[in-house]
Design a protein around this ligand. Sequence first.
Ligand code: NDP
Length: 294
Amino acid sequence: MSMHLDQSAVTVLGLGPMGRALAGAFLEAGLRTTVWNRTPGRDADLLARGAAGARSAEEAVAASALTVICVVNDDAVDAVLRRDAVAALKGRTVVNLSADTPERARDLADWAAGHGVRYLDGAIMTPNTTIGTPAAVFLHAGPADLYAEHRTVLEALGGTHTHLGEDIGRAAAYDIALLDIFWTAMAGYAHALVVARAEGVTARELAPFAKGIVDILPPIIEQSVEETERGDFPGDGNPITSAVSSMAHIVHTSEAHGIDAGVMRAAEGMARRAIGRGHGADGFLRIAELLGRR
Ligand code: NDP
């Protein structure tokens, strides 16, 4: 295969909402794109747009030097790569954009090294609708030279691409930390909708103020970097004693309406622990230090 062909062909395994978006962006960028999915029929739209179909994962992998796999998790990656496509993968590169843990990324990298498969791990931090647009955010981890070799093709997916380093678990580590923020915030928002509704406030009425609350976070994140590095969390203006009182109001109002307040009770419990250890005058992020202690 010539260098030119290497750089203009790509295979996408997994055609869920994200896999379809990735393959669509590659096609849009003019790459020769081969697609495969475990359940047949999910490729119809992509074939109509010029993608090449494949009867098996192995056949799909054989069509390109670079394969991007994006399935539900690394169990599914195992099923596709380690069982169905292993023979064709030798000497080729796989970029795994499925979400899973750092540990699983390291396991896959070990397996890949033992089978002559060149392996990069990545994470997608934005919804499928952003793929092919400047809003997409991709994180990558693994051998720097391998990333450099395939970077141009990966950048055809649009958005920003950041190589986080050679530790293959690093993209998944960022993914876990970022989704930790996302899912606890979403759980909080879902709960807020229910409490607001119980008080006669609609989602539409709440929305502008809900967005305002979220906007408070970026400067706090910015400020927390230095505080975390110093291990010092000044509570000026908003000490934990005040935070815990605000949380108790949320728990009280929820439970008065018969609404489960488990998430807020957990947060309040952590804050009370910090106060119990003499940190009542500190800022809320002091709890990060206590949580990290075994
Ligand atoms: P899903 O997470 O629902 O994954 C669906 C895909 O996984 C389908 O191609 C499905 O095949 C495949 N799959 C599941 N189990 C297996 C298996 N055992 N063997 C082979 N294939 C399997 O949908 P998405 O496409 O949205 O997500 C893919 C990845 O992208 C996930 O890790 C997700 O967390 C991540 N992601 C998605 C975002 C989004 O906006 N959708 C945003 C950021 C990340 P089949 O059709 O045969 O069931």
